[in-house]
Design a binder for this molecule. Structure first.
Ligand code: BGC
Length: 553
């Protein structure tokens, strides 16, 4: 019998580095490549297998770097291409793979292509979606699509009668590319090769389901707040999840296959079902795709079980590993998500963006649940992503002063949606004074302000506390290799409606989302738990990993 060892990316734990907020090496209050290089040993000691770096390309920062002006260089405030190459080499030397973030749905309005298009240079507007508007003089947008950040998805260039509009599903500074144009297709294949040639191990694909639009750009039938269309997997929208996008990824896979060792892709695709998601994961397309239902599931065992089953089943239809994510730079941090009453269904925008009405968050409760959720996530088959600060159990900062908010969602929603700044606060590295080791000098201002109480949640403070979340992650990541990595299928245990408990390869993971203690099997040894004193009883909002001296079957 031959045993196939899974490729690294089929079981990897990937740490998401939100570069602006990770570590600042030069003291300007913004994270950068130098800061990241200095902290690579921290990531290697944490025990992750790879890092995914949010966009680090030159950008006017209309959307924190997701508006790329040049895909083959580094944003000057982050560093240089030479520094980036040094980072890739140093990460590899520590055994960490490096994934970048490619943004193919749109460029920046300062990208050379869009400038040329605005200047009316022949043959350049076809790379984007320029259209004449409706109305007598074309004064109305060409269709009814809304931007994900709020307001119309179209901006007009000039006021003269007949002036065209351009499409931007996100900010006006992010014009959508036209993926029916061959030049666009070959340009991106070339950009992938540019970074693969520099040793990059793969890419997270930004809004992977958005590139190809329905021919003719027809109106959407029911106009909703489009933030909901992104998060709530709305079906049938002519801007999203069009069948034509798969041809693009077949081309990308062919580029990746020219390289050794393996280069891989992970899709950010908000699609209506795991069946639709699996289409991106066919063997000649992408390797993995975030399973966002996991991140939308409330703290309820029955929903967690259902989401896990559905994700595994969907991925299995195409032989892909499921990919678990609890949070990222676009959604409310896990601690805060779990710190209020939990809905009875998967949730969407209101829940995502911290608009919780009057209910005060209970962060102590949220932290307990987030720690337990981490043990659930890391025990599941497939790959897992950890968003920076999750290993410190940082909470969403929901009371940022309005004047410091930077997310375009805030202004584009007419100042009604606070957006995503609250999950993007610079990390606290030490327990002294602001900026808590984020930047080299004490007192340096950071691009978003840090709360003073984060000193107690800093890496330094947690490093010396054996019960800290940081040390829980370190233990979990270490044990994952021996207990779970090659453990096989999830078999649920029938131990009560409010417990999500399963076995994989003779090891068990128990998660108690109920309100009473749960009795653990007498013969089990608690290999790891999210609370300190688990003996035979697992308290509410806690998780444990159990091993057995004798096989359980
Ligand atoms: C990224 C967001 C970004 C958007 C537009 C996403 O889904 O994760 O941060 O605003 O794409 O590029």
């Amino acid at each position: 019998m031959s045993v196939t060892t899974p490729s690294w990316w089929q079981t990897a734990v990937v740490y998401q580095v939100y570069i602006r907020s990770f570590a600042d090496g030069n003291g300007d209050g913004i994270g950068d490549v130098a800061g990241m290089r200095a902290r690579l040993p921290y990531l290697s000691q944490l025990g992750v297998d790879a890092i995914w770096i949010n966009p680090w390309y030159p950008s006017p920062m209309a959307d924190a770097g997701y508006d790329v002006a040049d895909y083959r260089d580094i944003e000057p405030s982050y560093g240089t291409l030479d520094e980036a190459q040094a980072l890739i080499a140093e990460a590899h030397a520590l055994g960490l793979r490096v994934l970048l973030d490619i943004v193919p749905n749109h460029t920046s309005d300062e990208h050379a292509w869009f400038r040329a298009a605005l200047a009316g240079e022949p043959g350049t507007r076809q790379r984007y979606h320029f259209r004449t508007g409706r109305g007598v003089d074309g004064e109305l947008p060409p269709n009814n699509w809304q931007s994900v950040f709020g307001g119309p998805a179209w901006t007009r260039i000039g006021d003269a009668p007949g002036s065209p509009w351009y499409l931007h599903l996100f900010a006006p500074g992010q014009p959508d590319l036209n993926w029916d144009n061959d030049e666009v297709r070959s340009e991106f294949e070339d950009i992938l090769a540019f970074w693969f040639d520099r040793g990059v191990d793969g890419f997270r694909i930004d809004v992977a389901h958005g590139l190809v639009k329905e021919a003719g750009l027809p109106d959407e039938e029911d106009v909703l707040d489009t933030a909901q269309t992104l998060v709530e997997h709305r079906e049938g929208h002519p801007a999203w999840d069009q069948d034509g996008v798969h041809e693009v990824y077949r081309g990308w896979r062919a580029v990746a296959q020219r390289y050794s060792p393996e280069r891989i892709f992970i899709a950010e695709a908000w699609v209506p079902s795991n069946e639709r998601l699996a289409r991106y994961l066919r063997p000649d397309e992408l390797h993995t795709a975030f399973q966002f239902d996991f991140l939308r599931a409330p703290w309820r065992a029955e929903l967690l079980r259902a989401v896990v089953d559905d994700a595994i089943a969907g991925a299995a239809t195409v032989g892909a590993p499921p990919t678990w994510v609890l949070s990222n730079h676009d959604v409310t941090r896990t601690v805060t998500r779990f710190s209020r009453s939990q809905p009875t269904h998967l949730v969407g925008t209101d829940w995502e963006r911290g608009r919780w009405g009057d209910e005060d968050p209970d962060h102590i409760l949220g932290r307990k649940r987030a720690r337990a959720a981490a043990l659930l996530q890391l025990a599941l088959p497939g790959t897992a992503y950890v968003y920076q600060g999750e290993e410190l159990a940082l909470e969403e900062i929901e009371d940022l002063p309005d004047e410091v908010r930077q997310d375009p969602t805030w202004s584009q929603s007419g100042f009604t949606d606070v957006g995503r700044d609250g999950c993007r606060i610079p990390l606290p590295w030490n327990a002294t004074s602001a900026p808590y080791g984020f930047a080299p000098d004490d007192g340096a201002a950071t691009w978003l302000p840090q709360p003073a109480h984060w000193a107690e949640h800093s890496v330094e403070a947690q490093d010396r506390d054996p019960d800290s979340t940081l040390n829980l992650y370190r233990s979990a990541l270490r044990l994952r290799h021996s207990l779970w990595r090659d453990a096989g299928d999830v078999k649920w245990l029938d131990v009560g409606p409010e417990v999500a408990a399963f076995e994989r390869g003779g090891v068990q993971c128990w998660v108690n989302t109920g309100e009473t203690d749960v009795r653990l099997p007498e013969v089990a040894t608690v290999a790891l738990s999210s609370v300190r004193a688990v003996d035979r009883l697992l308290p509410p909002d806690a998780a444990a990993w159990l091993t057995f001296a004798e096989p359980t079957e």
